[in-house]
Design a protein around this ligand. Sequence first.
Ligand code: PLP
Length: 410
Amino acid sequence: MSFVKTKVDMTPIEDTVFAIVKKAKEAKAKIGAENVVDATIGSLYNEEGSIVAFESVFTPYDQIAKETKAAYAGSFVGNESYRKQVYDWIVKPSGSTLEHSVIATPGGTGAVALTLQEILDEGESVLLPEIAWGSYKLMAAMDNLKVKTYSLFEENHFNISDFQKKCEEILETQKKLLVVLNDPCHNPTGYSLTKEEWEEVVRILNACAKKAPVILLNDIAYIDYSYDVDHSRDYIKTFDAFNENVFVVIAFSCSKSLTSYGLRCGAAILMAKTKEAVRSVEIVFEKAARATWSNIPNAAMDNFTFVTTDNHNAYMKEKEFYIKLLKERSEIFVEEAKACGLSCYPYKEGFFVTVKMEDNNIRDEFHEALMQNHIYTVKVNKGIRVAVCSLSVEKCKGLAKRMADILNNL
Ligand code: PLP
């Protein structure tokens, strides 16, 4: 007997991250935090070991009237001012002239979930990166979608030929292509495509779109931590070369951009050549939003608009400090890893660096051995994720060499 729908996977979520976070916490209590390297936490932490909550975000948030916090949002697709500002914040600097609309969502998760849920039919395949944020697969499973993956790298650059191959393979068996690209600052490798690589992606998707509708889901959760943040949106202009058969959904998240993970605010930015195409997806996404979460926190949307306009300078200055810190931490780890031969995926920017592990069995053994040495990390497909976003500069120093020694002694 089952109380839930029949077509659902009943195996519980294996929360591997939570289990390791707990172990790291226990180790800190037992042997002292100074003797533990906790590289598990995927949020931005300061050098003192606490979560960063930007003053420029939370001081204005605290000043928002309680009535505003209490009220429903102006619309099921989000407050007008928020929808406009999300577009102005992300797409406008690129100069793109595609038709567009914005739907507010609970974090980037909401935007990604809406897309997987509403674009494909049950049994169809979504194309994901081989190394990726774990929720994509979970969402696919909940929607009864199949998953196909593309290999991310060929030597130290994006594996464009495998991407093309997998796109073409999907179109041999179904009449629609949905591909996910988590870029810039890919989680968990820290890779960002060059403008030329994006142009290649656009060329390939245009070719696929001669056979069937193509939907590109570009997850930009970490975009505001690009090291060259002023040019981080430039690549979006390459989308203007898409033909009428390609649709773009950009999944935006305030979680990392504003250090406001718990406020559950994000957006799906819908872009296409024609107004009709944008409207067709908007109609379905709006209904799904209304049927699922109804609305997004009013105050969180208003605060994003205030912080990125009136409070822009204070916010950018505060964020810049942490971008520099991320750069310092990651450079230490990556440079030291190079020096001692610890192989990492090609990191450019972002919250995580990932140690390359071609064999998942060796990865498991390595991960266990690291824990025995009080180094706590997160296992990802073909890799070990090191969260430099939450690891102090001091803890980054010497870490790569310690990890390399442990690996060599397996
Ligand atoms: N996309 C990626 C790659 C992520 O790592 C995350 C969060 O960790 C998200 C999207 C969504 O985050 P949120 O729903 O908090 O915006």
